[in-house]
Design a binder for this molecule. Structure first.
Ligand SMILES: [Fe+2]
Length: 589
């Protein structure tokens, strides 16, 4: 049975293909269209998935959309009526922005793909999140918690999943929080207040939080109250998003917290204003974490299960995930590589396979590499045409030897291997790698390549078996680090030698690299360790600010040419910028 899953029209469209119950491929539209967070109907992603699977649209048994457009329409209309007349001016915009082409999705799918309407299915939004989290995790019984901005009505759901001996999968979401009460919208509202782009800048709030103290917690507790069952209840007088307004927070919030940050003004943490922003970030982060830990703890008590699957965009908050693991009583916390809406394409396809067609469960391969493969020969051709010197290394051993030496010399490496990651994080297949030892390297990356704010940390990657030596991982922490989903303390004795990847509060969003899932990246870490004594590399996504992560060798090459990256690797082809040869600094470790 061949099932195509699609997510589209809100943020970060994607397509995924599941054949006979097993994921075959998945890719976000932005990686192919090269337009960041591309939300359009993912024709390129669908086309690539079909091509990769060797299928024509007519071969598909079902095409599954990741949410139910009519329920979403119901929510937008109801909210507009409830908030009337405050909402009257914004209703047409809300319809256009939030609903976009969704109501016409069935017609769109049938006309674009030529698939008959009876083969088009719809999965509820949080069901898609839950399926993406549970049906890809290596567990047969788990509690499920999903949280995001909003889907149709639900913004958070609690439930459980099970797979019987015979492979019958069940997902039961037994409680939900409904719009406008939403942890995702709460966090996004403060993302906007702090002058960052919603749906992109949430990482910045988390990074900034480490510089502050939760001085605004009493106000936050007023803004977010707790119902008797622990569910968060927002005081809506602090918000505007539910009215479909252009600004998500109200004048009252600005009056009580002070003026919002101008997005164009730099954050200077040495000033009282900079400190206020950091304190606000720390306060909203604290409240979010406390609520999630409480909800997870009661879910653990209610279900008695050891495993928790987390889904929805809120599951990208690695600090919250780590606290859930440490404090809720669950032994394992599983977060898929794409817990956000892009991952719903995979979730919707898997949900259709197991729950709609009731086919037996098949364990999904436990890795994030579902996108297009790299073509090293393409890099060879382009670099030759451009007159650059290049080396085709003779096999993996020589490649690893060469690249680990470049890294140890302090050079910055663009590293493209295998298939593109599915999800927002580069996990060693489309990564910029560098020595993790000095703060100077962090500053060089920020200045010359990533153009990021100084308060945003870089992440380390380490072989799974050696993670404990450098990082304080609680039981289950290594698993949470598999897709970089948890933030953990760097062991104090290593912080000076891992300065480029240690955040101001002594933590790091560590990736634990499993040799079975990422053999070449793992081997590179080991080669670097053999050379320097420290098998840890700084791993940041291979893109420039504002651009999607690179996909093909040609995009890697243009990024390399426009930035401070010294060495570019695609497959076994290595290209070096001529000027960097004379500038090689001393080995760093
Ligand atoms: Fe979502």
């Amino acid at each position: 049975m061949r099932i195509l899953g699609i997510s589209a029209h809100y943020h970060d469209s994607a397509a995924a293909l599941v054949v006979d119950g097993v994921p075959v491929c998945a890719v976000q539209e932005e990686r192919l269209s090269r337009s960041k967070n591309d939300a359009s109907f993912p024709l390129a992603a669908i086309g690539w998935c079909l091509e990769h699977g060797g299928l024509e649209p007519g071969d598909l048994d079902a095409v599954v959309f990741y949410e139910k457009p009519m329920l979403k329409f119901d929510r937008i209309l109801t909210m507009a009526l409830r908030e009337f007349p405050a909402s009257w001016a914004s209703f047409p915009r809300a319809m256009k922005n939030s609903l976009g082409g969704k109501l016409w999705v069935k017609g769109l799918i049938t006309s674009q793909l030529g698939v008959p309407g009876k083969r088009v299915l719809f999965s509820e939004h949080h069901q898609s999140h839950a399926a993406a989290a549970f049906l890809t995790a290596p567990t047969r019984r788990a509690a499920i918690l999903t949280a995001d901005g909003v889907g149709e009505w639900a913004t958070l759901s609690l439930g459980r999943g099970s797979i019987s001996e015979s492979g019958d999968a069940k997902i039961e979401l037994f409680r939900e929080l409904r719009f406008p009460h939403s942890l995702g919208m709460l966090y996004s509202t403060f993302t906007a207040y702090l002058g960052f782009k919603v749906n992109e800048g949430e990482y910045k709030v988390m990074g900034l939080a480490s510089y502050g103290s939760p001085a605004f917690e009493p106000l936050m507790r007023k803004i977010v109250r707790r119902a008797a069952d622990g569910a968060p209840v927002l005081d809506l007088s602090y918000f505007e998003y539910h009215r479909g307004a252009r600004r998500s927070f109200s004048d009252r919030l600005a009056a009580e917290l002070g003026p919002p940050r101008d997005p164009d003004a730099a954050i200077d943490l040495a000033t009282p204003e900079g400190k206020r922003y950091a304190d606000i970030a720390a306060s909203v982060q604290r409240v979010l974490e406390d609520i999630l830990v409480d909800l997870a703890r009661s879910l653990r008590e209610e279900t008695g299960l050891d495993d928790l699957c987390l889904g929805g965009g809120v599951a990208l908050n690695g600090c919250a995930n780590a606290r859930i693991l440490r404090e809720s009583g669950f032994r394992n916390v599983y977060v898929p590589s794409a817990p956000g809406d892009a991952g719903c394409a995979m979730g919707a396809a898997l949900a259709a396979d197991r729950l709609h067609f009731k086919r037996p469960h098949v364990e999904a391969p436990d890795h994030p590499y579902w996108g297009p493969p790299i073509d090293g020969a393409q890099l060879t051709r382009i670099a030759r045409e451009d007159g650059l010197e290049l080396a085709e290394t003779a096999g993996e051993a020589e490649l690893l030897d060469r690249v680990s030496l470049e890294l140890a010399r302090g050079r910055i490496v663009g590293w493209m291997q295998g298939r593109t990651e599915f999800g927002p994080r580069a996990l060693g297949n489309r990564s910029i790698l560098a020595a993790p030892h000095s703060a100077a390297m962090r500053d060089r990356l920020n200045r010359g390549i990533k153009y990021r704010e100084q308060f945003r940390p870089f992440a380390p990657a380490v072989p799974l078996s050696k993670a404990d030596r450098f990082f304080e991982l609680p039981p289950g922490g290594a698993r949470l680090g598999r897709f970089m989903s948890g933030v953990f303390p760097v062991r104090p004795e290593w912080r000076d030698r891992l300065a480029a990847v240690t955040h101001v509060d002594g933590t790091a969003r560590v990736q634990t690299v499993d040799p079975e899932a990422a053999p070449r990246f793992h081997a590179l870490l080991e080669a670097y360790g053999a050379r320097t004594g420290i098998p840890v590399l700084l791993n940041t996504s291979f893109n420039l600010a504002g651009e999607p992560i690179v996909n093909r060798a040609v995009e890697g090459y243009t990024t390399f040419r426009r930035s401070g990256i010294d060495v570019l690797v695609a497959g076994e082809t290595v290209v070096e910028k001529p000027r960097t040869r004379e500038l090689a600094p001393e080995a760093v470790a």
